[in-house]
Design a binder for this molecule. Structure first.
Ligand SMILES: Cc1cc2nc3c(=O)[nH]c(=O)nc-3n(C[C@H](O)[C@H](O)[C@H](O)COP(=O)(O)OP(=O)(O)OC[C@H]3O[C@@H](n4cnc5c(N)ncnc54)[C@H](O)[C@@H]3O)c2cc1C
Length: 389
C-alpha cells in the first residue's frame, strides 16, 4: 500500500470493482487503489442480490445501461478471462416479464413504446396472450405484460469477483481497511484516513460504497440522499413442474426468478423505514409474500421454503434513480456512483465505463449519463423512473 494514489475508490463490491476495472483497462488510470474493508463481502448488497439484468425501464439511460450490461455480461466469461482462465458468471438469458396487476397498465404500455423506441426487443402481451405463454400465471388482476426475451440474470458474486480479479490483474491495489475519515481543503478532497490509522492521499476519489455511501459522504460534508433499505429474500421450491419462466416482476412489487433448484424471490416491505436490519421480519413471508405469490401463480400454494436472507438497497430517497457522476458544488475531484436500489448489478458495467470516461477523457464517450448526475439533487429536479423499480 502506498501513501498516495492517482485515484482512490471507496467501496470495492461490484460497482467499485467495475470502476477500478474500466479505469485501468488498456493501461490507463495510473495508480489506483480500492479501499474495501471486507474481502468476503459478507454484508454487501452484491452477493445478496437476484442478479437480474434488464432493459424494461422508462428512462432512456436506464434502458441503455441495461442493454450495455446485457452485452457485457453475455461475453464476460471469455472477455474477462485472466491469464487464459475464463470467469464464468452463470449468465442466463431467461428473459424478464413485467406484469400489470395493480392498475398501472397505461404506464406499462407507454413505457413499452419508450423501450421499443430505444432499441429494446420487447413484446406487449394482453391477458389472454400472457396466460397462453405462461399458463402458471392465473391471477384475474393481471391485465397486461411486457416480455423482454433478451434480458436475464447471472451470479452477482461471481461477476463482482470477476471484476475484482481483472482489476487486480491490471495493477489495482485492494486495501483491506475501512475509511473512517475523509478530508479536503481548497475545494478539493485530499485524503482518507483508514481504521488502521493509515492515511492515503489521492488526486481523485470515487465514492462507491452502496448503502454506506450516505454515511461516508457525511465525513466530508456531503448530503447524499442515500440510505439503506432492508429487503427479505427467499429461496423456495414448488411441488409442481412449471413451464420455463422468466424473471417476473409485478406492480404489487413481487419479484421471482428460477434457480437451478427452485426459485428465489422477495418484495420490499414498505412499512419498514430506512436503516440496517439483517433480521427477518417475523410473519412477512407467511402473511405477505406467499399469499401474493400464490394469488399470481396458484401452483405456489404448496411450496417448501429453503432459505431466507436480507440485503440492503442503497435507496436514493430523492427520486429513486442512481446517482452517477461528479460531485457538484466543491470537491470537484470526487465522483459518486450509488443509490442503485435494485439495479446495481445490471448498471455496474455501464457505470464503470462512464466514471472511467469522466475521469480519463473528461466527459462521457459511450453513454451520456448527465441526467443521472448529482447536480439534479441541489437543483431539485428529480429524474424518476416511471416503471416498476
Ligand atoms: C434483495 C436484493 C435484490 C437485488 N436484485 C437486483 C437485481 O436483480 N438486479 C440488479 O441489478 N440489482 C439488484 N439489487 C441491487 C444490487 O445488489 C446493488 O445495487 C449492488 O449490489 C450495489 O453494489 P455496490 O458495489 O454499489 O454496493 P455493495 O455491494 O453494497 O458494496 C458496498 C461496499 O462498500 C464497502 N464499504 C462499506 N463501508 C465502507 C468504508 N467505511 N470504507 C470502505 N468501504 C466500505 C462494503 O464493505 C461493501 O463491500 C438487489 C439488491 C438486493 C438487496
Amino acid at each position: 500500500m502506498n501513501e498516495r494514489y492517482d485515484i482512490v475508490i471507496i467501496g470495492g463490491a461490484i460497482v467499485g470493482s467495475s470502476i477500478a476495472y474500466f479505469l485501468t483497462r488498456g493501461g490507463r488510470g495510473g495508480e489506483v487503489a480500492v479501499i474495501e474493508p471486507d474481502p468476503t463481502y459478507e454484508w454487501a448488497a452484491t452477493p445478496r442480490s437476484q442478479g437480474g439484468v434488464r432493459q424494461i425501464f422508462s428512462l432512456p439511460e436506464n434502458i441503455a445501461m441495461g442493454a450495455y450490461g446485457l452485452e457485457f455480461y453475455s461475453e464476460f466469461e471469455e472477455s474477462m478471462a485472466v491469464d487464459g482462465e475464463p470467469q464464468p458468471i452463470s449468465f442466463n438469458r431467461g428473459g424478464y416479464l413485467f406484469v400489470s396487476d395493480n392498475g398501472g397498465h397505461e404506464d406499462m404500455e407507454r413505457n413499452y413504446h419508450t423501450q421499443r423506441d430505444n432499441g429494446a426487443n420487447v413484446e406487449l402481451l394482453d391477458a389472454a396472450a400472457l396466460r397462453d405463454r405462461f399458463p402458471s400465471i392465473q391471477s384475474e388482476d393481471v391485465v397486461l405484460g411486457v416480455h423482454s426475451p433478451d434480458d436475464g440474470w447471472l451470479d452477482p458474486y461471481a461477476a463482482m469477483m470477476g471484476f475484482r480479479k481483472c482489476a487486480r490483474h491490471q495493477g489495482v491495489t485492494y486495501v483491506a481497511d475501512k475509511v473512517v475519515g475523509w478530508e479536503g481543503d481548497g475545494g478539493l478532497a485530499r485524503r482518507v484516513t483508514l481504521e488502521s490509522g493509515a492515511v492515503i492521499e489521492a488526486d481523485t476519489f470515487v465514492l462507491a460504497a452502496g448503502a454506506w455511501s450516505g454515511e461516508l459522504g457525511e465525513l466530508i460534508g456531503f448530503e447524499l440522499p442515500v440510505e439503506p433499505l432492508s429487503r427479505d429474500c427467499y429461496h423456495f421450491k414448488c411441488e409442481q413442474e412449471l413451464e420455463p419462466l422468466p424473471l417476473i416482476k409485478t406492480e404489487k412489487d413481487l419479484g421471482i426468478r428460477p434457480e437451478p433448484d427452485g426459485f428465489s424471490g422477495g418484495l420490499p416491505d414498505w412499512r419498514r423505514g430506512p436503516g440496517w436490519s439483517f433480521n427477518e421480519v417475523g410473519g412477512f413471508f407467511e402473511e405477505t409474500f406467499w399469499p401474493l405469490l400464490a394469488e399470481l401463480m396458484p401452483a405456489f400454494e404448496t411450496l417448501k421454503l429453503l432459505n431466507t436472507w436480507q440485503g440492503h438497497y442503497a435507496r436514493n430517497h430523492f427520486d429513486l434513480t442512481a446517482i452517477i457522476g461528479p460531485w457538484s458544488g466543491g470537491m470537484e475531484n470526487v465522483y459518486v456512483a450509488t443509490g442503485y436500489s435494485g439495479h446495481g448489478i445490471m448498471q455496474a458495467p455501464a457505470t464503470g465505463r462512464a466514471i472511467a470516461e469522466l475521469i480519463l477523457d473528461g466527459g462521457f464517450q459511450t453513454l451520456d449519463l448527465t441526467n443521472m448526475g448529482y447536480a439534479r439533487v441541489p437543483a431539485n429536479k428529480p429524474y424518476r423512473e416511471q416503471g416498476i423499480i
